[in-house]
Design a protein around this ligand. Structure first.
Ligand code: SF4
Length: 93
């Protein structure tokens, strides 16, 4: 049986900051370090951070589990922002 894995529980799923043109405001995006998220064009795809718990991959050969998915995914869903948020460098540094 094919096993569905949560990318959020994989060490290759990382959060990156994507800056606005002012270089002060930024949004959070998630990407797969193994480049397994791709658009039809082949270009690398990034997703909004608040959607990370929805990212699943079936039988990913690069999956590297970080821990027990329960209760991690449940807690993650509860703690993620509910929408895309804009941060500023002053908020975090
Ligand atoms: S390596 Fe596979 S399981 Fe890990 S983040 Fe990328 S697509 Fe998801």
């Amino acid at each position: 049986m094919k096993e569905k894995v949560y990318c959020a529980n994989c060490e290759h799923c990382i959060v990156v900051r994507v800056f606005e043109p002012d270089n002060i405001k930024y949004v959070l995006r998630v990407k797969c370090n193994k480049k397994r998220w791709a658009k039809r064009s082949g270009e690398e795809k990034q997703y909004k951070y608040f959607t990370v718990a929805r990212r699943v991959h079936t039988d990913c050969p690069d999956f590297s589990q970080m821990g027990d998915p329960n209760p991690f995914i449940k807690n993650l869903r509860r703690e993620l922002p509910v929408k895309d948020e804009i941060y500023t460098l002053k908020d975090s540094e």
